[in-house]
Design a protein. Structure first.
Length: 163
């Protein structure tokens, strides 16, 4: 267990019942707090939240001392500069939390297009699923027939996993 100082708990915006499991300071002095639900980062006077069910990748660069977080929901990559002693530890913890959210991932064939990857992920501390669809062809995303086909595939997969 990590002892979290009261000042860190007081500064970090948390949802009811959420606990800080690991924390560090970035090189600019901002807090980085890892909870059972998300990674939170204080920078530029505000906070960013990266829910584990939305993070597709986390990488620690030991040479640049940078933790890179790829968030599929926001469609962006955050680079957080950390002290070397904290980076590898936070990256390892983040990978474990991210991996714990994956329930299934499968390819769904699409007529006339490359297959779509459909992924079901569990939202930590909730009985909800987050469905993610990855398409290589942007035109397929706006095709009503493909959208209907993917919705039917997700409904079938939902029944398959009992949710």
């Amino acid at each position: 267990r990590v002892r979290v100082p009261a000042e860190v708990r007081a500064q970090t915006p948390l949802e009811p019942g959420e606990r800080i499991l690991l924390f560090a300071r970035d090189t600019a002095g901002g807090l980085v707090a890892a909870t059972e639900r998300a990674l939170r980062h204080q920078a530029g006077g505000g906070w960013s939240r990266y829910g584990w069910e939305q993070v597709t990748r986390v990488r620690w660069d030991d040479d640049l001392h940078t933790l890179t977080v790829t968030d599929v929901s926001a469609g962006h990559v955050a680079a957080i500069s950390l002290h070397s002693s904290d980076g590898a530890r936070l990256a390892g913890f983040a990978r474990e939390r991210i991996n714990s959210t994956f329930l299934l991932s499968t390819l769904v064939p699409l007529a006339g297009h490359r297959p779509a990857r459909v992924t079901a992920r569990r939202r930590p501390a909730r009985d909800e699923l987050a469905w993610q669809v990855s398409l290589d062809d942007p035109a397929a995303a706006v095709d009503p027939a493909i959208r209907a086909h993917l919705a039917a595939a997700i409904a079938q997969l939902r029944g398959h996993i009992g949710m």
